[in-house]
Write a protein that binds this ligand. Sequence first.
Ligand SMILES: Cc1cc2nc3c(=O)[nH]c(=O)nc-3n(C[C@H](O)[C@H](O)[C@H](O)COP(=O)(O)O)c2cc1C
Length: 382
Amino acid sequence: MVDMDPKIIDHVLSTTRSVRLRLDFERPVDPQLILDCIDIAEQAPTGGNIGSRRWTVITDSRQKERIADLYLKTAGNWMIHARERLAGTGHPNEKMFNSAAFLAENLAKSPAIVVPSIIGIHDNSGRPGLFDSVIQSAWSFCLALRARGLGTAWTTAILAESDELKSVLGLPSATTEIAMFPVAWTKGTDFKAVSRTPSREITYFNTYGLTFENGPDIPFSFLNGPGMAVEVDVAARREDAWSLMSDINFGGKFSSEFVGADWDEGFTGPEIGATFTGRNRNEHLGDWTAKCVIDVYDEGWLFGWCTGDISFPGARWRYELIDLGGSIRIRHRVILGPGESGLTRIIAEKPEIESKIIKKRLLSLGQSMQMVLDGMKDQLEG
Ligand SMILES: Cc1cc2nc3c(=O)[nH]c(=O)nc-3n(C[C@H](O)[C@H](O)[C@H](O)COP(=O)(O)O)c2cc1C
């Protein structure tokens, strides 16, 4: 039996990066190594257990040049332009375009270019498992390369010119290409894991949107730090969304539960520690106000507050703006507890249905939160 060391496997899984600047174009790659990686990749699951994946490995210089020209035409030239436009701006995508443009300029130098494909057309024609039988295999290929000191970048831009790509490679018309991988040895192997959203924030238990800071127990309890997340994609500029949010009353414009808010006396500007009073209305809970204090703040990106004591909050609320490159995503979250709130008082009255009370409250909050996001979207896009 082979000893499986999760540490090594997890390392490969979390450090298989898009390698472009560090591809070694000088060092030849033995085709057998690529075939070995394809053998590994072919172990991936396949719908109906039907082997329909086909791999094209391009090593001929003339063929590589034709592919590189096509890549420039589909997106490469645009990437080069984007690199020039973003150079020195500190834009979140500056580094990525620097690397993407480099690949576009040098693709033909790759020792090999690999195009995984699948027999069949991905046209929603009733075989949903077909397309889904190649993605996981292509990713296994990337991991197998990484495990051997080789590298690649998952690229798809060239697929926009599928007919021309097919004609260069001689692919049958009833075949779907999935990606294009430049393959080379990497300069060094010390790639790092990157920062991604923690699983607890994007994993929902039993119902979409329900998050937990720990556990959750079954049935879940208030001590699990239950929360709700809603989001909306908006065709607008981040600056405009931020400016809409700079009015502390904005939630009240769009929701029936969050009626409004007023900065407390002495307010000098939105910053951590600034306090305001939120006004709320709910058909079951009546009217109430909540003392709020800003507990996270990142100008232009993140705005959050908690109710009650900052070190033992009754609830934590967050608005986050995410750049999607041309549009934005607004993500709105609430995390209940650990301190007291109206909810803890209701739970204290009927502890035997704690889980039910929490879920009902979170779903109702989620509806109000979604109303605010939908209202923001309407206003920003309108
Ligand atoms: C579906 C998909 C398509 C992509 N297409 C391209 C592409 O055409 N060209 C390119 O240079 N990178 C492409 N990438 C790579 C991403 O730009 C890359 O994943 C991103 O820069 C993050 O880097 P990381 O993979 O190292 O985390 C693609 C990635 C995915 C998942």
